[in-house]
Design a protein around this ligand. Structure first.
Ligand SMILES: [Zn+2]
Length: 87
């Protein structure tokens, strides 16, 4: 029940900001941090761009896999074009 432990609890640093997500370079308080998707830190624009490329490639792969269920996508796109015609 020490008051010191209370103030220590309030001194929580987010651990995910400690290092670059891509190259694991430690991110100091004085260095630039490039955020991506809200909570992913990078040491440089290059690292972030690299991760964006990785994510995009992954998403493209996912989309190709989920193409098996095209019927739903086709339905919604038909609805969209119909709405366009009406408007
Ligand atoms: Zn980096």
């Amino acid at each position: 029940m020490r008051p010191a432990s209370l103030s220590y609890a309030g001194f929580e640093e987010p651990h995910f900001l400690e290092a670059c997500h891509l190259c694991s370079k430690s991110l100091g308080h004085n260095s630039d941090i490039f955020m991506y998707r809200g909570n992913t830190p990078f040491c440089s624009q290059e690292c972030r761009q690299e991760q964006i490329g990785i994510d995009e490639a992954r998403e493209r792969r996912c989309r190709r896999v989920s193409k098996k269920s095209t019927s739903e996508i086709k339905k919604s796109s038909t609805i969209q074009s119909e709405t366009l015609v009406v408007a």
